[in-house]
Ligand binder design. Structure first.
Ligand SMILES: [Zn+2]
Ligand SMILES: [Zn+2]
Length: 356
């Protein structure tokens, strides 16, 4: 892998070779360059995209080519600092923002660096991730955690950044009614962020009672179990429960039915934010969106959200730890992946620990 290396240390990594084939391998410990820090990785969460690469060898428009170190929801402890690093010191615990853009193109310069064509992003082929013992990263994409914030919470900043970006794209503000489809980790985090941003009411859906109960316990105002297969019918249920149509709908489930429900449910002139990727089955009522002037906004990861995510974890008083359902050491990565995709509703965020 890395050509310049320090072989004095072991560096166990979870490497995806192909479908359902993750191997633990010793990889080189990277040498640091200007502005980089070496991290002893702490916690790394498993996300839906990781499972897609593992089960299908691809995710969205990205396909696995070479063997790939997994992991993009990570936190760790600084063990070495490279030349020019002033913001961090050895021993600092940090959350890793996994996307590092070119910093030079027009999109980077205007702040939409998540859309940079030359972005490096952990565990998106061909860029290696940080599900390993030692990993290097630019210091300015590492966010120092206060003492009372755990490495697990640091790893949660990644899906939390997605939730923050989704609410920003939807212009969630004081008094907004927000409809969230799907009570997985991103859906629940989106609900929490919407409330923090001032949403007057948040309704969240799922097909599973266990997940809805978790959403309720974590603060959802309203929960709806999806039993109908009719998007219009579901939209009517949403409107009745919310006592009006939501101005913003945020689709986090990946189900085409939810996408269609969101379009039908949204108040004219409102907005549907598409967080999950879809199968493009053709059942999306785009004409309906057009005649209501409902804007459909895509999101791709996030930009400029880690500072707000860190602030949320540090100061909001909201406890995110119930979202973490399982813990595994890196040696048990395959079991961790199997647990995450088991379909067990109790498996929310599965966390892998890379160092003791
Ligand atoms: Zn993720
Ligand atoms: Zn760029």
């Amino acid at each position: 892998m890395a050509s310049t290396c320090d072989n004095a240390m072991d560096n166990l990594a979870a490497v995806l070779h192909g479908k359902l084939d993750i191997r633990l391998e010793n990889i080189d410990v990277p040498k640091l360059q200007e502005n980089e820090v070496l991290l002893a990785m702490g916690s790394v969460g498993i996300c839906g995209s990781d499972l897609k690469y593992w089960t299908e060898g691809k995710c969205g428009i990205f396909t696995l080519g070479q063997p790939l170190v997994m992991g993009h929801e990570g936190s760790g402890t600084v063990t070495k600092v490279g030349p020019g690093v002033k913001s961090l010191k050895i021993g600092d615990r940090v959350a890793v923002e996994p996307g590092v853009p070119c910093r030079k193109c027009g999109l980077c310069k205007t702040g939409r660096y998540n859309l940079c064509k030359d972005i490096f992003f952990c565990a998106t082929p061909p860029d290696h991730g940080n599900l390993c013992m030692f990993y290097k990263h630019p210091a300015d994409f590492c966010f120092r955690l206060p003492d009372h914030v755990s490495l697990d919470e640091g790893a949660l900043l990644e899906p939390l950044a997605v939730a923050i970006y989704s609410c920003r794209r939807g212009n969630v503000a004081l008094g907004t009614k927000v409809f969230v489809c799907g009570s997985g980790p991103v859906g629940i985090l989106t609900m929490l962020v919407a409330k923090q941003m001032g949403a007057s009411k948040v309704l969240i859906t799922d097909i599973d009672d266990v997940r809805l109960e978790m959403a309720r316990q974590m603060g959802a105002d309203l929960t709806l179990k999806v039993t109908s297969r009719d998007a219009k019918d579901l939209a009517n249920q949403v409107e009745a429960m919310m006592e009006g149509q939501p101005e913003v709908s945020i689709e986090c489930s990946g189900a085409d039915l939810s996408y269609a429900t969101a379009i039908h449910a949204t108040y004219p002139g409102g907005c549907v934010v598409t967080v999950a990727r879809h199968r493009n089955s053709g059942d999306i009522p785009l004409n309906h969106a057009a005649t209501k002037e409902v804007d459909i906004k895509g999101i791709f990861r996030y930009a400029n959200c880690y500072p707000a995510a860190l602030d949320f974890v540090t100061n909001s008083g909201v406890n995110l730890k119930p979202l973490i359902s399982h813990h595994f050491p890196i040696q048990d990565t395959t079991t961790a992946f199997e647990t995450a995709r088991s379909g067990d509703a109790h498996a929310l965020k599965v966390m892998i620990h890379c160092n003791k």
